[in-house]
Design a protein around this ligand. Structure first.
Ligand code: NDP
Length: 312
């Protein structure tokens, strides 16, 4: 067990955390970044990233994260493997306890722990992950030009993704478990009037099929009623849009969050309810959820933390 004292601790190793580390280390502030369970974050489960500026030929998600990580290390960021098991933000220095017994004492903390897309929990989702299964239409929709896809969900995200995919794909099924859409009226109208989108109400997905990649989904309609029936839809892409869960359980009771668990920041800054604690990326962003936005927020958090420490 060792005690690490630092001006800056960064929790999380996605685009937000690594970008904050680049800015902090270039300012000679020797940040300590703890990577958590999934170094590289959600992008490590993405195949090709084609919408991050600077990569005209595209780049694999894991490679891009490795590049950003190396960039932070080049300037001296102290990047550590490990999981933070508890924090104490009640006074400064803030205390971060790691699973290996190490303790970090930090004058400021940037939380960049991200969010995870929710999945249905079907074994087939894991089987075809990156082979037709995706939780981000903006990231992967382009690969389904003139193909058939399905989106699961009835909220604003699902409707937005269905409309976006309809601009690329030949046909979009929207699989909704209830007899109505939960999305805002304007998004409902866009979906229901789009000739490329077919809404399958009262439907649940029970499996996917295909040789190596997704070739279709098995659907049950009116489950548990006399009208129950099963049918298949031929699709190449299966998009989940049933919500995200921010990784904030560690901070419950210490940092203000909304009903969904997203950290609340004093926009346009990244300041949380605890002076000296900042939040960047998907952990505080239920709307944009893109790597470029997370990276930009990481930059802002680093600048906010710097100003906070100077003003001390
Ligand atoms: P929501 O929680 O609003 O919607 C989730 C949808 O997924 C619901 O239709 C829900 O069904 C469905 N769902 C959940 N679990 C399952 C499951 N196991 N099987 C099948 N369906 C399931 O999440 P969103 O991501 O859509 O939106 C999050 C928030 O962000 C909302 O407040 C939304 O308004 C907002 N948002 C706003 C946008 C905008 O203003 N442009 C864009 C995107 C999001 P059910 O209805 O049956 O519970």
């Amino acid at each position: 067990m060792s005690e690490i004292k630092t001006e800056w601790a960064i929790i999380g190793a996605g685009p937000a955390g690594y970008t904050a580390a680049i800015y902090a280390s270039r300012a000679n502030l020797a940040p300590v970044l703890v990577e958590g369970m999934q170094p590289g974050g959600q992008l490590t489960t993405t195949t090709e990233v084609e919408n991050f500026p600077g990569y005209p030929q595209g780049i694999s998600g894991p490679q891009m994260m490795e590049d950003i990580r190396l960039q932070a290390q080049r300037f001296g960021a102290d990047i550590r493997l490990g999981v933070i098991t508890s924090v104490d933000f009640s006074k400064r220095p803030f205390i971060l306890n790691l699973d290996n017994g190490d303790v970090i004492e930090a004058e400021s903390v940037i939380i960049a722990t991200g969010a995870n897309a929710r999945y249905l929990g079907l074994p087939d989702e894991q089987r075809y992950m990156g082979m037709g299964v995706s939780a981000c239409a903006t990231c992967d929709g382009f690969f389904y030009r003139n193909r058939r896809v399905a989106v699961v969900g009835g909220g604003d995200t699902a409707c937005e993704e269905a409309v976006y995919l309809a601009s690329l794909a030949e046909k979009v099924y929207l699989i909704v478990r209830k007899p109505y859409l939960r999305a805002s009226k304007v998004m409902q109208d866009r979906v229901l009037t789009n000739p490329k989108i077919e809404v399958l109400f009262n439907c649940n997905t029970v499996g996917l099929y295909g040789e190596d990649v997704v070739e279709g989904a098995k659907i049950v309609e009116n489950k548990g009623t006399e009208a129950e029936r099963e049918f298949n839809i031929p699709i190449d892409g299966f998009f989940l849009a049933i919500g995200h869960t921010p990784n904030t359980s560690l901070f419950k009771g210490q940092v203000e969050m909304d009903a969904e668990g997203y950290l609340i920041v004093k926009s346009p800054t990244t300041a949380t309810s605890v002076p000296g604690v900042f939040a960047a990326g998907d952990v505080a962003d239920p709307f944009y959820r893109q790597a470029i936005n997370a990276a930009a927020a990481g930059c802002r958090a680093a600048m906010d933390a710097d100003r906070f420490l100077i003003g001390d």
